[in-house]
Design a protein around this ligand. Structure first.
Ligand SMILES: [Ca+2]
Ligand SMILES: [Ca+2]
Ligand SMILES: [Ca+2]
Ligand SMILES: [Ca+2]
Ligand SMILES: [Zn+2]
Length: 542
């Protein structure tokens, strides 16, 4: 492959660079990619979406679509590179990869590299930790003292990183690891320690007796703002005001509402190596019925094969309860099969099972032998106005949650492959055969078989339960239709007649890997057209 758009996939991109890449992809591949803004962030940045499909084979809105986004949590940056890589790979490999050509003939992709550009920019440009900031940039008075963001982290030593503070103390419960002097280890109950840990670099800026209590690092949680099982702030910390009160999420919601062809969705987070599905909360277990769980399981288990080291898990059961999460809205509110992947697994460090703690021995070894200690700021002394003589040191923001550059591209490719498998299994409708029977007197019986060649139905069980999307229409035009019916059993000749508007038969669902039959009695019409029009299954005609 000799790509038209040159991008290095072993590094990270700030907002300006993302803007440049999405525009270059669209300019280089006008028949495959379009870029538009779905709205503005709080600070006024455009939120870019790339629409990827083979436009020569039909409009994106008439095809089942896969929606992909990243970076809802500001510090969880690599979802943007993974999303961008997907758009880049689809467009660049189209020329010589038959599978991609077929996929883009049938499907569309809506790819939003970052749905939180303000937070991303803060993470890149300001001193931060691997876990900050989580929020976008709407200002909040976290401690309700009447002041906003009055006590953020402070980069005390001015090195551009927010690391840890420690102090020698006879009552401290930590000591230095003799194996790696940079690492602090907790002492046992019967041991004496020599250091206490004082948290992240900071001062009590406003003299209220607390350090780092109100800053940009945690204002609210953008992934608790979505309109399904939403709970207010006193039940669910970080919920902010009401569902879709954040402008970035509202822009996504409005885009999704305008694109009812979205049948599948993927959001990217970090970290831990997980392929997550809902429900986010125990209360919603009933909304995931057996048929849908079967489809989630088929996709999720394939994902475990495609992305070694990642585990397919259920949020509320295997992680924690969360209300008003994005994946719950996509499935609960829109009936869309959705996964959230927690990117970066520490197993990638030495290709064996590992934990990802910033204080785990393997993390230090990996930094020492593969990153050559580039990810760690060595401890150094500092005179703290409140704590006295302390030391500052620890991992930089770009390690423990984000992939080191040399491991970024292969994991992006594997996660993309999982989303392509997911997209492949959105419905593929085909008018399989049309059988005519002459009934005499210029009348004929037309029986059409509509097959769905993929795993997903045109309506998830959640969709059917709440009537989220209209039924699928199977239309006969070009002849006078006298009667129309759904064949419940063609073999036994059992039909359910539709007396109103028989030319357009409504079927509630076309399940995956199966077919439905419809029949009309028509008069005349040597040449007629049968059209299947499904919101999530696309439009096909014969
Ligand atoms: Ca405050
Ligand atoms: Ca610092
Ligand atoms: Ca304070
Ligand atoms: Ca305060
Ligand atoms: Zn996250």
């Amino acid at each position: 492959m000799n790509p038209k758009v040159q991008v290095s996939w072993n590094k990270y991109y700030d907002y300006a660079a993302i803007t440049d890449i999405v525009k270059k992809i669209a300019a280089a591949h006008p028949n495959l990619a379009k870029v538009q803004s779905i709205g503005k962030s709080f600070e006024g940045r455009d939120i870019w979406v790339l629409t990827i499909t083979d436009f020569k084979k039909g409009d994106d809105t008439k095809k089942p679509a896969m929606y992909i986004d990243g970076n809802i949590h500001s510090n969880e940056i690599q979802g943007s590179e993974f999303s961008l890589y997907t758009a880049w790979y689809l467009t660049e490999s189209f020329g010589d990869t038959k599978h991609i050509q077929e996929l883009l003939a049938d499907k569309a992709f809506y790819i939003v590299p970052t749905i939180n550009p303000d937070g991303r920019e803060h993470y890149f440009k300001k001193p931060n930790t691997a876990s900050s900031p989580r929020s976008g940039r709407l200002p909040i008075d976290n401690d309700r003292d009447g002041l906003i963001d009055e006590d953020d982290y402070d980069d005390l030593d001015g090195d551009g990183h927010i690391t840890m503070m420690r102090r020698k103390s006879p009552t401290g419960r930590y000591r230095i690891d003799p194996e790696d002097k940079r690492r602090m280890i907790a002492v046992g109950n019967d041991e004496e320690g020599e250091y206490e840990l004082l948290g992240l670099e900071g001062l009590d800026n406003d003299g209220d007796g607390q350090v780092n209590e109100d800053g940009a690092h945690f204002e609210y949680d953008p992934n608790r703002d979505w309109g399904w099982s939403w709970q207010p702030n006193y039940i669910q910390g970080g919920a902010y005001k009401y569902p879709f009160s954040l402008p970035e999420n509202r822009a996504v919601m409005e885009f999704v509402m305008k694109h009812p062809n979205i049948a599948a969705a993927q959001s990217y987070h970090n970290a831990g190596g997980m392929i997550l599905r809902g429900p986010g909360a125990q209360e919603d277990v009933g909304t995931y019925n057996a048929e849908d769980v079967r489809i989630y399981d088929a996709l999720g288990k394939k994902g475990e094969e495609i992305i070694p080291g990642y585990r397919y898990l259920v949020v509320y059961k295997d992680l924690y309860s969360a209300y008003g999460g994005e994946l719950d809205w996509f499935y609960g509110g829109r009936g869309v099969y959705t996964f959230s992947n927690e990117l970066w697994t520490p197993n990638l460090m030495f290709n064996k099972e590992a934990t990802r703690g910033a204080n785990d021995a393997a993390t230090f070894e990996f930094d020492r032998y593969l990153l050559f200690k580039d990810a760690f700021v060595d401890w150094k002394e500092f005179d703290h106005p409140q704590y006295g003589k302390i030391e500052i040191g620890g991992f930089k923001k770009n390690f423990t949650r984000a992939h080191p550059g040399f491991l970024l591209e292969s994991d992006a490719h594997r996660n993309m492959a999982f989303t392509l498998y997911h997209a492949y299994h959105t419905p593929k409708l085909e008018i399989q055969d049309v059988v005519e029977k002459d009934l005499g007197d210029g009348l004929k019986e037309v029986t059409a078989t509509i097959a769905n060649k993929r795993l997903m139905p045109t309506h998830s069980s959640q969709d059917l339960k709440y009537k989220i999307e209209r039924p699928d229409y199977i239309k006969l035009t070009g002849a006078k239709v006298l009667a129309g019916m759904v064949m419940e059993s063609a073999d036994l000749n059992i039909a359910k007649e539709q007396t109103t508007n028989p030319g357009t038969i409504e079927v509630p669902n076309i399940p995956g890997l199966t077919s439905v039959k419809v029949r009309w009695i028509v008069q005349g019409g040597q040449k007629y057209t049968i059209t299947v029009d499904s919101k999530k299954g696309g439009v096909v005609a014969k």
